[in-house]
Design a protein. Structure first.
Length: 183
């Protein structure tokens, strides 16, 4: 199976710091999911790998919500749709999606989420809401460079540059303020 690896140069493919893209309340989630699947098909074609039916279904479930999903959550949802699938099959699909840059593993939650920038290898930062579970992906080249410099200074070779930050998303912050104000 093909997989993407870090660039061999010091130049990261990150763009300058990107703003957190929290979905708005009027977010067209159907368009979001279909766009992710179209992009995934193109990337798989370009990489010469197959986005099989089960891989596509798992990716679609990852994009169903803007929250990380565990393998057994995905397994249960597939079962509720009438598709009896072995856990190993789901884990293999998730491994494929991660290896090909179509999904990320959120280590602290032992869960997965669709990649918002699958066309390019990138160091990733996640903002994870501890209240509602909403998660968004950032790409901040300054933060990536600082991590790379600190690792280099420690003579450490980074193989998976992933940062996870936990806190409250804008909606939960607003709810928190409203709850405090009503007390």
């Amino acid at each position: 199976m093909a997989s993407r690896s870090p660039p061999n140069t010091d130049a990261e493919t990150d763009s300058d710091a990107s703003m957190a893209d929290w979905p708005s309340t009027d977010h067209d989630h159907g368009l979001c999911v279909s766009d992710a699947l179209i992009r995934a098909e193109a990337i798989c074609d370009e990489q010469g790998v197959r986005l099989t039916d089960i891989r596509r279904q798992v990716l679609e479930l990852l994009w169903k919500e803007h929250r990380p999903r565990g393998a057994y959550d995905i397994l249960n949802e597939l079962a509720s749709q009438g598709r009896k699938t072995a856990p190993l099959t789901v884990y293999r699909a998730l491994d494929f999606l991660v290896a090909n840059g179509l999904a990320h593993r959120i280590e602290s939650l032992n869960a997965f989420i669709g990649c918002t920038q699958p066309e390019n290898y990138h160091a990733t930062q996640f903002l994870v809401c501890t209240r509602c579970g909403a998660t968004t992906e950032l790409t901040d080249s300054g933060l990536s460079a600082a991590i790379r410099a600190a690792a280099d200074a420690a003579r450490f070779s980074v193989t998976r540059p992933v940062v996870e930050l936990q806190g409250l998303c804008p909606a939960c912050q607003a709810n928190n303020v409203a709850e405090i104000g009503s007390e």
